[in-house]
Design a protein around this ligand. Structure first.
Ligand code: PFF
Length: 444
């Protein structure tokens, strides 16, 4: 498919909702969300996360979709087209760059989930009982690179087929399977003896645990979780048909994402509490605490395997959307054929992922900067710096610069006023606070 035919390749309405939910629901919901919820106070944090999603996430999601469909271009050119200024396009390019690097890091973690699915089904996961040791040994070695390659090959094969035949079809197949698995695992987790303690940790807020820091982390997570600030929703927005309501789509995608986070929490917290594991251990939570819990439950290999399959499906539908951002940019800007763009950019992200992955095991000296593996640096810079800066760009653009948002969004006058207020005044201020906090300028 060449770049010209790509221009008329659009999502169907349902296909778009499924693809956008597929993008939003990912490692953010099932790997990052549980461990930060564990670290920042459980239910109170979850509540804040929901508030951030509703007040800031939804309006910014709508802004990104409207800019994409209005500009009918990639995450950079849409801004140039709508403003007539290349400077805005250059600011939009930052998100393309962010998506490119996040893909490298995301593909590595997505690979871990595939490996854990296989380990669990075969029962090998439960052999020696030292889950932390197993995890640390695995992520620092060469094996994750093979799994990362598998993730990249699947992502490339989907993207090569284009928007409606590739991205849409893939999501229409995977999202229903994801829902079935999620509900099945949630029922199973909630029916464990003693599941109540985990449920109340997750759903009964203790507001004394809230700090300024947890509020900012919740906001950052709301953005990450809705796939904002990485040009993803701008790119997908360009493939949405004129007849589709962007307001309803925003609501459907946002709600899908909230429900997913809720169910993910209802699987993870009861499971680890029942087996007496603390939820505060950080990024290893899903890969260390959960296997320990699965090993102790009847049919643990099956449920563990299904859990990691769920995680890898969620990760790959998101990976597809992340890689599409630089692919759309390259087909339009460099006039590359879609096939070549997908292959070249997929290969580059894979290559960059190699040192990121190896840095977790020490690797060469240059793979560690200031005592932190480059893997952590890329995550930090993309998630905590580029993501808020790009979100700031899009809110200011949609709220102050571009005058066509009212028409493009199709919102009624009342909803439009509310939306405009949020993207003009509330979202930029809060996003700026997140940025200043992570940049070390303010402390909370
Ligand atoms: N929203 C997805 C997730 O939560 O995993 C994918 C994603 C989008 C990750 C944007 C990171 C990101 F910056």
């Amino acid at each position: 498919m060449d770049s010209e035919s790509n221009k008329n390749d659009r999502f169907s309405s349902l296909g778009f909702i499924m693809s956008a939910v597929g993008s939003a629901v990912g490692l953010g919901n099932m790997w990052k969300f549980p461990y930060i919820t564990g670290q920042y106070g459980g239910a109170a944090f979850f509540l804040l996360f929901i508030v951030c999603l509703l007040l800031i996430g939804f309006p910014v999601l709508l802004a990104e979709l409207a800019v994409g469909r209005g500009g009918r271009g990639n995450a950079s050119s849409s801004l140039t087209k709508l403003s007539g200024s290349k400077a805005w396009g250059a600011l939009g390019f930052l998100s393309v760059l962010g998506a490119f690097f996040i893909m490298a890091f995301y593909g590595v973690v997505a690979g871990w989930t595939l490996h854990y699915a296989v380990l669990s089904f075969t029962g090998n996961l439960f052999e020696n009982g030292d889950y932390a040791g197993l995890f640390n040994q695995f992520i620092g070695g060469w094996a994750p690179i093979g799994w990362q390659l598998v993730v990249m090959i699947v992502t490339v094969l989907v993207l090569i087929r284009g928007v409606s035949k590739g991205i849409e079809r893939f999501n229409k197949l995977l999202i229903p399977s994801l829902v079935v698995l999620l509900v099945l695992l949630a029922i199973q987790a909630m029916s464990l003896q003693g599941a109540g303690e985990g449920v109340s940790f997750f759903l009964k807020p203790d507001f004394s645990k809230l700090t300024g820091e947890s509020a900012l982390v919740a906001l950052g997570q709301a953005f990450f979780s809705l796939s904002l600030g990485m040009g993803i929703m701008v790119t997908y927005g360009a493939y949405v048909q004129k007849s589709q309501s962007i307001g309803s789509a925003t609501f459907a995608v946002g709600l899908g994402n909230v429900l997913y986070a809720l169910l993910a929490g209802l699987i993870i917290f009861p499971t680890i509490f029942v087996f007496g594991i603390e939820p505060t251990q950080g990024p290893g939570l899903v890969f260390v605490a959960l296997p320990a819990a699965f090993s102790a439950m009847p049919f643990g290999a099956l449920f563990g395997g299904l859990f990691f399959v769920l995680l890898s499906f969620a990760a790959i539908t998101s990976a597809v959307s992340i890689l599409e951002v630089p692919v759309a940019y390259a087909t339009e800007t460099f006039k590359w054929k879609r096939n070549s763009a997908v292959l070249i950019i997929g290969a580059l992200c894979f290559l960059i992922g190699i040192p990121l992955s190896l840095s977790l095991g020490g690797g060469a000296d240059w793979m560690t900067i200031n005592g932190k593996p480059v893997f952590d640096w890329v995550d930090f810079i993309c998630s905590n710096i580029i993501l808020p800066v790009s979100s700031l760009v899009i809110t200011i653009f949609a709220g102050y610069v571009w005058k066509g948002a009212a028409e493009e969004s199709g919102l009624s006058a009342g909803w439009f006023k509310l939306w405009l207020f949020m993207v003009r005044f509330i979202a930029p201020i809060l996003v700026l606070l997140v940025l200043l906090y992570y940049a070390g300028v303010i402390q909370v």
